[in-house]
Design a protein around this ligand. Structure first.
Ligand SMILES: Nc1ncnc2c1ncn2[C@@H]1O[C@H](COP(=O)(O)OP(=O)(O)OP(=O)(O)O)[C@@H](O)[C@H]1O
Ligand SMILES: Nc1ccn([C@@H]2O[C@H](COP(=O)(O)O)[C@@H](O)[C@H]2O)c(=O)n1
Ligand SMILES: [Mg+2]
Length: 224
């Protein structure tokens, strides 16, 4: 599995000609166990490198809130730590990517199993530039999830255990699939948020940092 040290060369090679809704897009899959810090680091990457963050879990939770006909099924799957059928999740991801004005996407928490992976590839024809894998021991993830306090229906010890089982049985094989293709960039996610982001930054170095806020630049020029 690749380390942060050799990341930039691989990233540069792997930017593919993925097209979606008439635009060329770059997709990075962000994977790791529940509570490994995917969402936290995606926020940092968005702020520094100008990607859009699409969390499959967040999109599914929004779908429940919207009163969609799939809402009850999705809620039951989330409570059981199970994986929602790919067609539902892929439609949400595809719609969000098409709606976005951005062309660089972090897809967080997807693909979660082989069905997710194969269906996404077949439907969108998009291959990830690389897979960012946050590697973290279960005891660390468990303590983070129990302290998260965001009112999630799956942040209780029974569901957490089920999510860990799903991760090992269904999600790790997806990471192994991409590792065999030399696409995985593994990060030690047990470190502090700041330390983890230092490693993440090395991997994203080939992507231009986000342009500074236009208003701030103009103000600085006119009021030096
Ligand atoms: N490196 C870290 N050190 C300590 N706490 C962290 C770290 N990264 C994230 N956290 C905290 O752990 C909790 C889980 O983080 P986060 O929501 O980013 O994980 P996740 O991988 O997206 O989880 P899930 O798969 O359940 O959505 C949050 O409360 C977050 O503030
Ligand atoms: N590809 C996915 C992603 C998520 N789910 C379901 O949502 C739950 C929460 O996901 P987080 O990424 O926010 O942890 C997850 O446990 C699954 O039940 C899914 O089905 N498919
Ligand atoms: Mg998350």
């Amino acid at each position: 599995m690749g380390t942060v040290v050799d990341a930039p060369a691989v990233v540069a090679e792997e930017v593919t000609e993925n097209m979606l809704g008439g635009k060329k897009v770059t997709v990075v899959f962000v994977l790791g166990g529940p509570g490994s810090g995917k969402g936290t680091q995606c926020t940092n990457i968005v702020n520094h490198f100008g990607f859009d963050h699409l969390s499959a879990g967040d999109l599914l939770r929004a779908e429940i809130k919207s009163g969609s006909e799939n809402g009850t099924m999705i809620e039951n799957m989330i409570k059981e730590g199970k994986i929602v059928p790919s067609e539902v999740t892929i439609k949400l991801l595809q719609d969000a990517m098409i709606k976005s004005e951005n062309d660089k996407f972090l897809i967080d928490g997807f693909p979660r199993n082989e069905e997710n992976r194969a269906a996404f590839e077949n439907v969108t024809k998009i291959s990830p530039a690389f897979v960012l894998f946050f590697d973290c021991p279960e005891e660390v993830m468990e303590s983070r999830l129990l302290g998260r306090n965001q009112g999630r229906v799956d942040d209780n010890i029974e569901t957490i255990k089920k999510r860990f089982k799903t991760f090992v049985e269904s999600s790790l094989p997806v990471i192994e699939y991409y590792d065999a293709k030399d696409k995985v960039k593994k990060i030690d996610a047990a470190k502090s948020i700041t330390e983890v982001f230092e490693d993440v930054k090395v991997i994203f170095a080939p992507y231009s940092p986000k342009a500074p806020n236009k208003y701030i630049c103009e103000t600085m020029t006119t009021n030096p």
